[in-house]
Design a protein around this ligand. Sequence first.
Ligand SMILES: [Zn+2]
Length: 408
Amino acid sequence: MNNFHVILAATAAVFAAFGEITIRSDYPGGNVKVCGIDETNGVVRIAPDLRDTQGRWFHWDFTLRGAAGRKIHFSLPDDKWQYISSLGPAISKDGGRTWSWLRPDGTRHEPANAFDYTFGPDERETRFAVSIPYAQKDWDAFIAKWRGKDVVCDVLCKSQSGTRDTELLRIPCRKAAKWLFAFTARHHACETSANAPMEGVVEAILSGTPEGEWLRDNADCVFVPFMDKDGVENGDQGKNRRPYDHNRDYLKGRYTSVRALKELLVKESEGKQIVFIDMHSPHVRSLPSCPEQDQVFTFGCRDERLNAHWNEFRKNWKETQKGGALVYDGKYDIFAGKGYAVTMEKQWAAGFMSSDPWVRTLPNCYLATCCEFGYSLCGGVYSFPAARELGRNMLKALVRTAQASEKP
Ligand SMILES: [Zn+2]
């Protein structure tokens, strides 16, 4: 096999070194399986470390050293699956502080399982990831500026392993609350694009916007940024875990965070109406049969009353997001009984219940849906500032939807 070395059983923590090129993923969110490094020809073969995920998935995040001044070809498995986002990998040259896409101009990268990268002459270490990473330290940095200013940093529960806290951010109502607004992300550990919009929601509530001020006088707000806390920190896929993942657990109660969230939603919504938004990332890139995967989209439901509130929310979000960096125009939303919604309904009927349909079974539910935020193309080129803006505008739309119910 000449210079082509193969690691048969690499794990995320393995430090792979062949000649000069070294690859590591021993940090929060890190994940890679190094399949081979061909120093002579400049080829690096990698794959996502699937761990307990059934079938295939696409989360990987690694740091490479030792290729300064070289062009390297990165190749992922050639099995007709998609491993790279529409804009190519996310790239950081400063240890994960700032990120850009291989195709920052928004043009589509092909193929979905390989890319080339030319390292600058002094580029000693570069981090590559399937999406812009987001782990606990990012949330901590965001929350630092709000600590002591009307937010309560609480703990929902211990993580599944019992070794970590699952964060619960509270913004308590200043008056008697009539509403409970609840936001969750990372039921699927790898879905990093959901957290910046959540930051935007928090900002919109706390920064004196009219909608935020109304909410603070009328609602208790709660946020769980990492429903699968262990998975986020360990760099798991999280999606399609064996025997089932966090977002199929709402009847079975396997996971500590799901049990605790269900209890919170029931207990703390007494005498209030619930608005619940579960924030996700979709597939890694769009396919001809599913163009919505590079967009922002949300799901309708079969309940007529709740679906009417969802439609009101869509209408409001179109309005509040108008002119924003990322387009939300409602065109890619998935209606009950259509497309992927049918697959999900079958899973729920078989006992593998997701978060939002479970919340819709509560008698005081006013609106509960899942919002999907494309990984790299997200109705425009995904960046943290643009995604935060999207979240701020989503919050405004949710508030307007709640306010409409109070009009005589
Ligand atoms: Zn998801």
